[in-house]
Design a binder for this molecule. Structure first.
Ligand SMILES: C[S@@+](CC[C@H](N)C(=O)[O-])C[C@H]1O[C@@H](n2cnc3c(N)ncnc32)[C@H](O)[C@@H]1O
Length: 363
């Protein structure tokens, strides 16, 4: 199979299929699937069901060996900076600065009162309105002047495009910067060629950070549109000559093939949604599929691996659960599993907004 190919026909071919490993449920858990962050940006509303040959279920067994050391809870914080800031939050919304624009979006966790006066909240460039349900579609309103779909942004000197998307996202998850910095340090200190695999890579910021630090990167996402945005970001960042393979494919299928072929990576990042679909309709259910994917990630590490970083969000779980999974998965490998939450610190009153859980194995 041509790995880099994501043909124009992909949209038309979209067909949800269920293979053995994901076939225990007739319907996806809609609570779990209420995660716009994981929704494929080009997911069609109507799809045809076409049978696909089932993939053999992976037999999981508890790994032998001493468990990695552990460090938890670890709270990784993104503070307000010149590229991005959480300016204020409260009353079910958050006010953020993305480069030149001030943006207001719904934020279910902000159950406190706003710290800044109303006029600050009203003097903004874009407001996401619509369904307050996480899953709901909405639309952007531009109170000052109509804005285009994209705008120039920077992360730590890397240029890319911010983007008003229909699921309230803006083409970047700033809280991930804590992982990007950590990864960049590992790559730069390795003193040897490093191969990075970025599964569920979205618009590619992590891939760009890794490539800038000198890694050879493989970026996988199920959405043809997201891959297009990521490639645009690569050009925008002036990193066009860096070795990044952009692959539009189901993350699990790609990882399984790497294992069959004996391909290895030194660092693996995976940031899966609670529920998602591959380009051929393959169903991803976090609670069912994560153990197998974590196990495959271990299997496709090089002999001298550096780290495997898992982030999870919008799930009814605790970081203790993914911590235990990662420790068991990396039994016998040494190193440390560090787990906790990614948070963004608010500028106005210093409150912390938790965005995701993470567990990372560091060699
Ligand atoms: C939350 S985003 C990841 C964000 C990314 N880590 C970042 O920091 O920019 C989740 C991504 O998973 C992709 N996705 C959903 N289901 C998938 C699947 N089965 N295989 C591969 N990618 C999938 C979506 O297209 C989306 O881009």
């Amino acid at each position: 199979m041509a790995e880099a190919a994501c043909t124009a026909g992909d949209r038309l071919l979209l067909k949800p299929t269920r293979d053995k490993r994901r076939d225990h449920r007739a319907q996806p858990d809609r609570r779990a699937s209420t995660v716009p962050r994981g929704k494929r940006p080009d997911e069609p509303s109507a799809v045809t069901r076409v049978a696909e040959p089932p993939v053999k279920a992976r037999e999981l067994r508890r790994r032998e060996g001493i468990l990695p050391a552990e460090r938890l809870p670890l709270i990784l914080e993104v503070a307000p900076n010149e590229d991005y800031a959480l300016i204020d939050s409260g009353n079910g919304e958050k006010l953020e600065q993305y480069g030149p624009y001030r943006i207001v979006r719904p934020e279910g966790q902000a159950i406190w009162q706003r710290a800044l006066p109303l006029w600050e909240w009203n003097s903004v460039d874009a407001v996401f309105t619509g369904d307050t349900d996480e899953e709901g579609l909405g639309r952007w309103r531009f109170p000052r002047t109509p804005l285009g779909e994209t705008w120039p942004m920077k992360h730590d000197g890397i240029d890319y495009l911010g983007r008003f998307t229909s699921f309230r996202h803006v083409g970047v998850f700033p809280e991930q910067a804590s992982h990007w910095d950590h990864m960049a340090g590992l790559i730069e200190r390795a003193g040897r060629p490093v191969k990075v695999l970025n599964l569920f890579g979205y618009t590619g910021l992590a891939s760009l950070v890794a490539a800038r630090s000198g890694a050879e990167v493989t970026h996988v996402d199920a959405s043809k549109k997201a891959i297009g945005w990521a490639r645009e970001n690569q050009e925008m960042a002036g990193l066009g000559s860096k070795p990044i393979r952009w692959i539009c494919e189901d993350a699990m299928k790609f990882a399984e093939r790497q294992e069959r072929r004996g391909n290895g990576y030194d660092i693996i990042l995976f940031d899966p949604p609670a529920y998602g679909r591959g380009p051929k309709g393959e169903v991803w259910q976090l609670f069912e599929d994560l153990p197998a994917l974590a196990d495959i990630c271990r299997a496709i590490l090089t002999p001298k691996p550096l780290a495997v970083v898992l982030t999870a969000y919008s799930i009814r779980s605790s970081f203790f659960a993914i911590h235990a999974l990662m420790r068991d998965t990396f039994a016998g490998m040494g190193g440390t599993v560090e787990s906790g939450e990614l948070i963004i610190r608010e500028k106005s009153a210093g409150r912390a907004l938790s965005t995701s859980l993470f567990a990372r194995w560091v060699a």
